[in-house]
Design a binder for this molecule. Structure first.
Ligand code: AMP
Length: 202
């Protein structure tokens, strides 16, 4: 099963992506987590990404496309993957299409977690207050607001992109975590825990 989880910062993508990983035995590819690990390890990619991430801007497309391309080939992704935080621009989506075509793979669905923007900003500010000294350098209110703006300008066009490809499934991201999860399971139309190691259905 190969999925994309789409939605603005604060929509709950990370939580649902982890459930998808555990429920369907697929790997969770979060470019945000991978970039934070690169920053922490001080790798060349991390050094390049650090300031950009702290501002709430996007790191260059070729950097994230390179990371994803490598990870998709790892054995833990043999059953499929859930992309969380990637793609974030139309150029990334097009690069992903090419990459999957080359590897002979196809996307099953793109799940959009739709949220009410006013409530989202409220959630974001709460997260910023709670994590004033937290682990994420980009969790301050300015950077978070910037990330919502960047989402609107650069990532939201992907909704139409995937709608056109017939892949988009919309889920109400404002509901509580368990309700969002059961809606996701519904739109996927296949119960979790029923995938075989070979990637087929049990
Ligand atoms: P996230 O944890 O997904 O919110 O990502 C945190 C930050 O990492 C973002 O604000 C960007 O600076 C960077 N980032 C993560 N994924 C991408 C991506 N697909 N393209 C560009 N930048 C990204």
């Amino acid at each position: 099963m190969r999925l994309i989880l789409l939605g603005p910062p604060g929509a709950g993508k990370g939580t649902q992506a982890a459930r998808l990983r555990d429920g369907y035995g697929i790997c969770q590819l979060s470019t945000g987590d991978m970039l934070r690990a690169a920053v922490a390890a001080g790798t060349p990619i991390g050094l390049k990404a650090k300031d950009i991430m702290e501002r709430g801007d996007l790191v260059p497309d070729e950097v994230v496309v390179g990371i994803i391309s490598e990870r998709i080939d790892q054995p833990d992704c043999a059953n499929g993957f859930i992309l969380d935080g990637f793609p974030r621009t139309v150029a990334q989506a097009e690069a992903l299409d090419r990459l999957l075509l080359e590897k002979g793979l196809a996307l099953e669905a793109v799940i959009e977690l739709s949220v009410d923007e006013a409530i989202l900003i409220e959630r974001i500010e709460k997260r910023a207050r709670e994590s004033a000294d937290g682990p994420r350098a980009d969790d301050n209110a300015d950077a978070l607001r910037k990330r919502v703006e960047v989402y609107r300008a650069q990532t939201e066009p992907l909704i139409a992109y995937y709608e056109e490809l017939g892949l988009l499934r919309r889920v109400d991201g404002m509901a509580d975590i368990d309700t969002v999860w059961s809606e996701i399971v519904d739109v996927l139309g296949s119960a979790p825990g029923r995938q075989t190691a070979a990637g087929g259905r049990a």
